[in-house]
Design a protein. Structure first.
Length: 1161
C-alpha cells in the first residue's frame, strides 16, 4: 500500500482538478447555517465569552505541491502503473468518502484535528495537531476517535462542510505560540461542533426544529493548555451527544470552575439545554442568560442569534411569552435580516397559539424548499389545519410520514424507537384532526366546532373515535417506556437523565390530555347522534356486555383530566356540555359557573350557560350568548347560535346581523348561504341583497347557491327565472336531489304537474330518504286519487320529519323500532312543543329515553305525561317502572308496575314489568309466571315471549327457552335480541355451529351488537378456535369499546397466550368499565401477580371478594399468595384459611391446606 500511494501521488496533478470540483460540490449542501455565518476570508466572527469576535486565520504555509516534488523524482508513468494508481485512489477515496457509520460504530464520536498555525512556515503546527490527537485518543476511554487532517479550513463554513463529509462531530484548529507544545498554555483553538452521529437532544420532545446550536466557538480569549482543557470538554460533548447528560453536566461545571478563562457560551448552552429538557426552565434560562446573549449589540450577523432563539424557546415552554418575544427579537437583531428556520418555527408556534394560522403558514412555507424535520412539518400541518388548507395538510402529512423512521434514527439507538413512536402518534393525531376538520368544514377551533354539536354522522365519527382511542393507548405505552428510562436512570444515579425522562412523560401526558379532550368531544357528538346508551333490553339481558357510549364514561374521562390539571378550562367546559347532553342540567350549570370563575374573560363558559338556560329561558340564553360575544367578538359559535335562535323566533334583523358577520369574517360557502337565507326570510325588502349575496357563488356554478337563488326567485314570484337557474344547477350538479325537488316546485307552480311529478320521483331516486320530495309526490298522488301510491310515499316520509304533531309521533314510533333513538327523541320533543297539552308525545319521549338508557330523562317525561293526563296513565307508570329498573331500583319498579296494573288490569306491559322486576332480583320462577300472564293477555307481545325465554334459560330449560325465542321471532322477524336469545340457547345445548349461524343473523339485523360478538367469541373458544374468538372480541370492542365483557374475554386469551402485559391492559379496561366485575378483578390480580406486583394484586383480589359477597375461594387463595409475597404472613394465613373454609372439597382446599402447612400454622 505505501508503494501504491507513492505511485498514486505521481498522478495527483492529473486528478486534482476533478477532486477540487467534487469538494466544492459536497461543500455546497453540507452547511445549512452558512447563510448566516462568515464567508471564507482571512478573518472570521466566532463566539468568545458571549461576544462575537473577529479571529485572524493563520496564513497558509506556502509549500511546494506534492505532485511536483514527486514528478521531479519519478520516471514518466506507464499505462499499467496509471491504472494501478487509479485503483489505489479509488480504494483510498472510498475509505474517506464512505460515512463513518459504515467504518465505525454508529455512536462513535469523531474529532478532527487540523494543523495549528504558528505564524510562520514551520512544521510546529502540524506536529502540535498530531500531538494533540494522540493525547486526545489516550484520554478518550473509547468515547471518541481523534484523527488529524492535513489542511487547515479556510473558514468555519468550510470546516463544517468537512465535518459533514467526514461524518465527524468536532473539528479543532487555530494557532499555537511559536516553538510551544500543547501541554503548555499555548493553544488558541477554534472548535467547530456539528454532531453528525446519533444526537441525544433530538430525542427530546420540543428540541428538534426549535433549538439551534452555533457551530464555531473560540474557547478562550487567552491561550490554553490543550492537554488539560480539551479532553474534559470533548468528554462532555461526546457524552452529551450520546445522552449521558449527568456526566456531561458535571464535567462542564467542573471545567468552568477550573478554567475561569474558558469561554461561556458552549458549556452554558449545553447545560441550559439539559436543564430545559429536565423541565427546569428557570435554571435553563439562567444558564443562557449567563452567556450574555441578551446584552450583545452587534452590527454584523452573529451566531449568538441562535442562543437568543433557544432562550426564547425556553421562555416559551415556561409560559412566559413576554420574555420569549424579547429573546426572539434579540435573535432577529443578531441575525441582521437573515433567516433562521428554528426562529421561524418558534414564532409560528406563538401565532398558532393566538389562532393566527395564515400568518404562521406564511412564516413556515418558505422552509419547504428544503426537507423539513418532522416537528417543523407538524407545526406547518397545524397551521394548515387551522387555516382550513386541508389538501396542503394532507400532502405534508404524507411527506412527513415517509420521513419518520429515517429522522428518528438520527437519535441514539437507545431512543430511536421512542422518537419514532412519538412522531407516529403525532402524525396519527393530525390525521384524525384532518378527518374531523374536513367533515366539519372548519377546524381553526376544532374543539369549539365539536362542542357546538356539529351534525356529524356515526360514519364520520366512528373512525376518529377508534383512532383516538388507539393513539391514546399507544401514548400510554410511550409514557411507560420513558418511565422505564427514568427508573433505570435513578438506579444508575443519573438524576438529570431521570428528570429528562420524567419530563418526556409529562409532555407525553400533556399530549394525551389534549387527545382525550378531543376524544371526549367526539364521544359527546356520538352521544348526541345516537343517544347515551343502549336499549332497555340490552341493559338487563346484556349478560355478555354490549353497552354503548355513556355519559358516565365521558365524565370519568374528563374527571381524570381535571384531576391532573384542575385549571384545564377546555376540559371543564367539555364536562359541562357532557352533563347538559346527559340531562344533568343542574350539574352542567354548576360546572359552567365554575369555569366562569376560573376564566371570567373567556367566552366558552358563557356559551355553556346559554345552552343550559335555553330549554327554560330563551331570553337568558340569548343574554349569555351576547355576553360571550362581549368577551370575544370572534367567538363565532355564539354568533351561529344567536342566528339560529333568532331565525327560530323569526327575529330576522337579529338573524341577518349575525349571519352577515359570519359571512364577512368567516366567509365559508355555508356562511354565505346562511346570510342569503336569512335575508330571503326577512321578507321582500331583503330579496335584492339576498340576490347580490348569491350571485358570485351562482356565477361560479355552485349548485347550492343556484338552488338557493331559485328558491329566492320562486318566493319573489319569478318562477320562469327560477326554472332557468335550476337548469344551470342541474348542469353543474346533475346528481343533486335538491335541484330536482326545487325544479318540481317550480314546475308545480307553473301548473305542469306531470313534469313536477317526474322531478320529485327523480329526486327520490337520487336520495330515497328525501322526505320533502316524498311528501310532495304523495300530495300529487293524492290529488289524482292514487291513494295507495300516496300512502307508500307517506310511510317512507314518516322516517324523515314534518311539523304535524300526529305525524311526528308516528315518526317517533317508527324511528324507535328502527333503532334511531336520538332522532325519535327529537321527533317526540317537536311533537310535544307543537301539542303542549297532549300527554301522548311525552309518553313516546319516555320510551325513547328508555331505549337509550336515559332513566332520569324517561322519568321526567313519564311524570309529565301522568300530570297532563290528570294522574291516570297506566302506560306512563309502566315507563316509570322501566326507568326504575334501569336505575337498579327493583322494589320501586314493582310499585310502579302495580300502579299501572291497578289503573288498567288488562295491560300486558304491566304484567311484563312485574316479571322483569322479579328477574332483576333473581326470582326467575316468579318472573316466568308474570311473563306467561302477559302472553295470555297479549299473544302478539314479542317482548313477553323474549323474556319468557330468558326465564326458561335461567332455569336450565334450554329447549323451552329456544321455543320462546323462536315465538318472539315469529311475531317480529327482524328482532335481533330474539336471534341472540336463540344463539344463547343453542350454545347452552352444545349446538355451537348453529349458535354461530344465529349470531350471524342477529348481527345482520344489528351490526353494532357487541353482546352478539362476545357470545360468538365464547362459542369459538368452546370450539377450540382461539383465533376466531379473539377476532370476535376485537369486533365487539370495535362496535362498542365500553364492552367490559369483551375486554375481559380478550384478557383471558392474553393470559392463555402468556401475554401478561396485554392481559393486564384488557382487564384494567374491564374493571374500569364495570367496577363490580368480580371475575375481571380476580384475573387482573393474577396478572399483577405475574408481573411481580403483589400489592396491586392484593387490592384486586379484595375487590373480587367484595363484588362476590366474599364467596370466591380462588380469590381468597391468591390473596393469600399476594400477601405472603408482601411479607404479611398473618394476613396470608387468614386468606388461606378463608379459602379452605369456602371450598372444603375442591382443589383450592388442597392448595390452601398446603399453604397453611408450609406456613407452619
Amino acid at each position: 500500500m505505501p508503494m501504491l500511494l507513492v505511485v498514486a501521488s505521481a498522478f495527483f496533478c492529473w486528478l486534482a482538478a476533478p477532486t477540487r470540483a467534487l469538494d466544492r460540490l459536497l461543500g455546497t449542501g453540507a452547511f445549512r447555517a452558512s447563510q448566516i455565518r462568515a464567508r471564507p476570508t482571512e478573518r472570521v466572527t466566532v463566539i468568545e465569552n458571549g461576544e462575537p469576535v473577529d479571529v485572524p486565520l493563520s496564513p497558509r504555509i506556502p509549500k511546494r505541491s506534492l505532485s511536483r516534488r514527486l514528478r521531479d523524482k519519478l520516471p514518466p508513468p506507464s499505462y499499467s502503473s496509471f491504472a494501478l494508481a487509479v485503483l489505489a485512489l479509488v480504494v483510498v477515496g472510498l475509505s474517506v468518502a464512505l460515512p463513518r457509520s459504515l467504518l465505525a460504530p454508529r455512536e462513535q464520536f469523531t474529532v478532527l484535528v487540523a494543523p495549528f498555525g504558528d505564524g510562520q512556515a514551520s512544521e510546529t503546527g502540524r506536529q502540535a495537531a498530531h500531538a494533540l490527537a494522540a493525547t486526545l485518543n489516550e484520554q478518550s476511554n473509547g468515547l471518541w476517535s481523534a484523527v488529524t487532517i492535513n489542511e487547515l479550513p479556510r473558514s468555519p463554513a468550510e470546516g463544517v462542510s468537512r465535518l459533514a463529509r467526514e461524518g465527524a462531530d468536532v473539528l479543532i484548529y487555530g494557532t499555537i505560540a511559536p516553538g510551544a507544545v500543547i501541554d503548555q498554555p499555548s493553544l488558541s483553538p477554534l472548535l467547530l461542533y456539528q454532531p453528525t452521529g446519533g444526537y441525544a437532544p433530538l430525542a427530546w420532545d420540543g428540541y428538534s426544529g426549535r433549538f439551534a446550536m452555533p457551530s464555531a466557538y473560540a474557547l478562550s480569549a487567552e491561550p490554553i493548555n490543550g492537554s488539560a482543557v480539551l479532553p474534559p470538554l470533548l468528554r462532555a460533548l461526546a457524552r452529551y451527544s450520546t445522552g449521558d447528560v449527568d456526566s456531561s453536566f458535571d464535567e462542564l461545571g467542573t471545567l468552568m470552575a477550573s478554567y475561569p478563562a474558558l469561554a461561556q457560551p458552549l458549556p452554558r448552552a449545553i447545560r441550559g439545554n439539559i436543564l430545559w429538557a429536565a423541565g427546569n426552565y428557570a435554571a435553563a434560562a439562567e444558564e443562557y442568560q449567563r452567556t450574555g446573549v441578551l446584552s450583545i449589540q452587534n452590527e454584523q450577523p452573529s451566531e449568538m442569534a441562535l442562543l437568543a432563539n433557544n432562550l426564547g424557546a425556553i421562555y416559551q415552554d415556561a409560559g412566559d411569552q413576554v420574555r420569549a418575544d424579547q429573546a426572539f427579537t434579540q435573535a432577529e437583531a443578531l441575525l441582521g435580516g437573515q433567516a433562521l428556520p428554528e426562529l421561524q418555527v418558534n414564532r409560528a408556534r406563538t401565532l398558532i397559539s393566538r389562532h393566527s394560522y395564515a400568518d404562521a403558514v406564511a412564516l413556515l412555507e418558505p422552509l419547504r424548499r428544503a426537507e423539513l424535520n418532522i416537528p417543523t412539518a407538524f407545526t406547518l400541518i397545524d397551521a394548515y389545519l387551522g387555516s382550513q388548507r386541508y389538501e396542503d395538510a394532507q400532502l405534508q402529512l404524507e411527506q412527513s410520514q415517509r420521513q419518520i423512521a429515517p429522522q428518528a434514527e438520527r437519535s441514539p439507538a437507545a431512543y430511536a424507537k421512542l422518537v419514532q413512536q412519538r412522531f407516529e402518534l403525532a402524525a396519527a393525531e393530525r390525521t384524525t384532526r384532518l378527518q374531523l376538520g374536513t367533515a366539519i368544514g372548519a377546524s381553526d377551533q376544532l374543539l369549539w366546532e365539536l362542542m357546538s354539536g356539529q351534525a356529524l354522522s356515526d360514519d364520520e365519527l366512528n373512525q376518529p373515535q377508534q383512532d383516538l382511542e388507539t393513539i391514546i393507548r399507544r401514548g400510554n405505552e410511550l409514557e411507560s417506556s420513558w418511565q422505564q428510562v427514568s427508573a433505570a436512570a435513578d438506579v444508575d444515579r443519573q438524576p438529570y437523565l431521570s428528570q429528562i425522562a420524567n419530563n418526556q412523560v409529562r409532555l407525553a401526558n400533556s399530549a394525551e390530555r389534549q387527545r382525550r379532550k378531543l376524544l371526549t368531544a367526539v364521544d359527546l357528538n356520538l352521544l348526541r347522534e345516537r343517544g347515551a346508551g343502549g336499549g332497555l333490553l340490552d341493559s338487563v339481558v346484556g349478560r355478555f356486555g354490549g353497552e354503548q357510549v355513556r355519559t358516565a364514561a365521558i365524565v370519568e374521562n374528563l374527571d381524570a383530566i381535571l384531576a391532573a390539571e384542575p385549571n384545564d378550562l377546555e376540559a371543564l367546559v367539555l364536562l359541562g356540555f357532557t352533563h347538559n347532553v346527559g340531562g344533568e342540567r343542574d350539574q352542567a350549570r354548576q360546572t359552567f359557573e365554575q369555569a366562569n370563575q376560573l376564566a371570567p374573560t373567556r367566552p366558552e363558559p358563557a356559551y355553556g350557560l346559554a345552552e343550559v338556560a335555553l330549554p327554560d329561558d330563551r331570553p337568558q340564553a340569548k343574554a349569555q350568548l351576547n355576553e360571550a360575544l362581549r368577551r370575544d367578538a370572534n367567538f363565532y359559535l355564539a354568533r351561529t347560535r344567536l342566528a339560529t335562535l333568532s331565525e327560530q323566533d323569526q327575529e330576522w334583523p337579529a338573524a341577518v346581523e349575525q349571519r352577515r358577520w359570519l359571512a364577512t369574517n368567516r366567509g365559508s360557502t355555508a356562511d354565505v348561504l346562511g346570510l342569503a337565507t336569512a335575508l330571503q326570510q326577512s321578507g321582500p325588502a331583503g330579496y335584492a341583497e339576498a340576490e347580490q349575496t348569491l350571485l358570485p357563488l351562482a356565477n361560479a356554478n355552485n349548485a347550492d347557491a343556484l338552488v338557493q337563488l331559485s328558491s329566492l326567485y320562486i318566493a319573489a314570484g319569478d318562477v320562469a327565472a327560477a326554472e332557468l337557474v335550476l337548469d344551470r344547477a342541474r348542469t353543474a350538479s346533475p346528481e343533486d336531489p335538491e335541484i330536482a325537488y326545487q325544479r318540481g316546485q317550480a314546475l308545480e307552480q307553473l301548473g305542469r304537474t306531470a313534469e313536477a311529478q317526474a322531478e320529485y320521483a327523480h329526486a327520490i331516486s337520487l336520495d330515497g330518504n328525501y322526505a320533502q320530495a316524498r311528501i310532495a309526490l304523495g300530495e300529487l298522488y293524492a290529488a289524482n286519487t292514487q291513494y295507495e301510491q300516496a300512502a307508500r310515499e307517506y310511510d317512507v316520509a314518516l322516517r324523515s320529519g314534518t311539523d304535524d304533531p300526529a305525524t311526528l309521533q308516528e315518526i317517533g314510533r317508527v324511528l324507535l323500532i328502527a333503532g334511531e333513538n336520538r332522532r325519535a327523541v327529537e321527533a317526540y320533543q317537536r311533537a310535544a312543543e307543537l301539542a303542549e297539552s297532549d300527554p301522548a308525545p311525552y309518553l313516546g319521549l319516555a320510551r325513547a329515553h328508555l331505549q337509550m338508557g336515559e332513566a332520569n330523562e324517561a322519568v321526567r317525561a313519564a311524570e309529565t305525561a301522568i300530570q297532563l293526563a290528570g294522574g291516570t296513565n297506566a302506560q306512563a307508570y309502566v315507563a316509570l317502572g322501566d326507568a326504575s329498573l334501569l336505575l337498579g331500583d327493583a322494589p320501586g319498579a314493582l310499585g310502579h308496575f302495580i300502579m299501572a296494573e291497578q289503573q288498567d288490569p288488562n295491560l300486558a306491559a304491566a304484567k311484563l314489568g312485574r316479571g322483569r322486576a322479579a328477574a332483576a332480583v333473581g326470582e326467575w320462577a316468579v318472573a316466568q309466571s308474570y311473563f306467561q300472564q302477559a302472553i295470555r293477555m297479549d299473544a302478539q307481545l314479542a317482548e313477553a315471549r323474549l323474556w319468557n325465554g330468558e326465564a326458561l334459560l335461567q332455569q336450565n330449560d334450554i329447549e323451552g327457552a329456544r321455543n320462546e325465542y323462536q315465538a318472539a321471532l315469529t311475531l317480529r322477524p327482524n328482532y335481533p335480541e330474539a336471534q341472540y336469545g336463540v344463539a344463547k340457547a343453542q350454545a347452552a345445548a352444545g349446538q355451537l355451529a348453529e349458535a354461530h349461524q344465529s349470531l350471524a343473523r342477529a348481527l345482520e339485523l344489528r351490526r353494532d351488537y357487541a353482546a352478539a360478538f362476545v357470545l360468538d367469541g365464547v362459542v369459538s373458544e368452546q370450539q377450540g378456535d382461539r383465533n376466531a374468538a379473539r377476532q370476535a372480541y376485537d369486533k365487539a370492542i370495535a362496535a362498542d369499546n365500553s364492552s367490559a365483557e369483551a375486554h375481559y374475554r380478550r384478557g383471558l386469551l392474553d393470559i392463555a397466550d402468556s401475554n401478561t402485559a396485554g392481559a393486564r391492559r384488557e382487564l384494567e379496561a374491564a374493571v374500569r368499565l364495570r367496577s363490580n366485575f368480580a371475575e375481571a378483578h380476580y384475573w387482573l390480580g393474577r396478572a399483577y401477580l405475574g408481573e411481580g406486583q403483589p400489592e396491586q394484586a392484593d387490592e384486586q383480589f379484595a375487590l373480587a371478594l367484595v363484588h362476590s359477597n366474599q364467596n370466591y375461594p380462588e380469590a381468597q387463595y391468591y390473596q393469600g399468595v399476594a400477601r405472603e409475597q408482601m411479607g404479611d404472613i398473618a394476613s396470608a394465613f387468614a386468606a388461606y384459611q378463608a379459602a379452605l373454609n369456602q371450598a372444603t372439597n375442591s382443589a383450592w382446599a388442597q392448595e390452601a391446606q398446603a399453604a397453611l402447612t408450609r406456613l407452619g400454622r
